[in-house]
Write a protein that binds this ligand. Structure first.
Ligand code: CAA
Length: 286
């Protein structure tokens, strides 16, 4: 293993995924710098993390002192240059190529030349993101699953030019975060989404084909196939917009009809029914 020592971790974008990743980082004892575009979004993320850590304390899974010390190792900023001292930066911003390319170009200018840059992209090409930099060997994918603090897997994605050191370091960090990392190459959807996206799309097509309700489809897949949550609940959790975007990105690359998002969820996305985060998707949330 050629893993390097990582002390300080940066997380760019503190939405559901980024906040979850930052939570894992502070729980694992990394000094963590979280960057959001506004103070408001930053403090929303801190509140979310503080809430989930408090639940752990309430359930005696964490000592109150450990929660305080974890929270005190999280620094929030809106200024990317505050990531200058990070040994590893994990990007978890909006799932669009252009802003990601721009961010990696900027990060390259800000962080030390030996710092590792990771993207949490779920359906874009890590190689294309790495190509925005002049040092693509230090760019890898670290793909976490939603909800990041609970799902054990992290896919460590080797892009065309990733160095052994970058891959091994990301793998070792994944382990330190308490995850079960796997190594894979930069193919569309990596491992899980290559399988899960068309499968979820099949499930959603069955809604209309079998004229079944979301509740009954969810019952079918939990009670009949042993899924931990039904497909409609899962897509609501992931975000209808995120799922549509990932489906479109994979369809564009693989041209398999099953990858394309079913019209029903494209219409939901267009109507602003985004799942849990908007309060309404297949289900209604408080
Ligand atoms: N962040 C941090 N902590 C959280 C959390 C979150 N988002 N959500 C819940 N928790 C904590 C809570 O404190 C909760 O306890 P309380 O309710 O007492 O506060 C605790 O975790 C346990 O939560 P649950 O009781 O809801 O846990 P569960 O045993 O029901 O399991 C689950 C929940 C792990 C999500 C399980 O339902 C599951 O495995 N679902 C499938 C999820 C899945 O497939 N995810 C992959 C999505 S695809 C993807 O992410 C890829 C992509 O690129 C889009």
């Amino acid at each position: 293993m050629a893993a390097r020592k990582i002390r300080r971790v940066g997380v760019v974008g503190l939405g559901a995924m980024g906040a979850g990743i930052a939570q894992l980082a502070i729980e694992a004892g990394f000094e963590t710098v979280g960057r959001e575009v506004s103070d408001d979004l930053g403090s929303q993320a801190r509140d979310r993390i503080a809430h989930f850590l408090q639940r752990k304390v309430d359930k005696q899974q964490m000592a109150a002192g450990a929660r305080e010390s974890a929270l005190s190792s999280l620094t929030l900023t809106t200024d990317l240059t505050d990531l200058a001292g990070c040994d590893l930066v994990i990007e978890a911003i909006v799932e669009d190529l252009v802003p990601k390319l721009e961010l990696f170009r900027e990060l390259e200018r800000i962080v030390r030349p030996d710092a590792i840059l990771a993207t949490n992209t779920s359906a874009l090409s890590v190689t294309e993101i790495a190509a925005a930099t002049t040092t693509p060997e230090r760019v890898v994918g670290m793909h976490f699953f939603n909800p990041a603090p609970l799902m054990p897997l992290v896919e460590i994605v080797r892009a065309e030019l990733s160095s052994e050191e970058a891959v091994d370091t990301a793998f070792a960090v994944g382990e330190k975060l308490g995850k079960r990392p796997i190594r894979c190459h930069d193919t569309p959807g990596f491992v899980v989404n290559r399988v899960l996206i068309p499968l979820l799309n099949d499930c959603l097509r069955v809604l209309d084909e079998a004229r079944v309700s979301p509740e009954d489809l969810d019952t079918a897949m939990t009670a009949g196939a042993g899924w931990p949550m039904g497909p409609c609940t899962l897509v609501d959790l992931v975000g209808i917009d995120v799922h549509v975007h990932a489906s479109e990105a994979l369809y564009e690359k693989l041209r398999e009809p099953r990858m394309a998002p079913p019209p029903r969820i494209v219409a939901m996305r267009n109507a602003g029914l985004l799942g849990r985060k908007s309060g309404r998707g297949f289900y209604v949330y408080d």
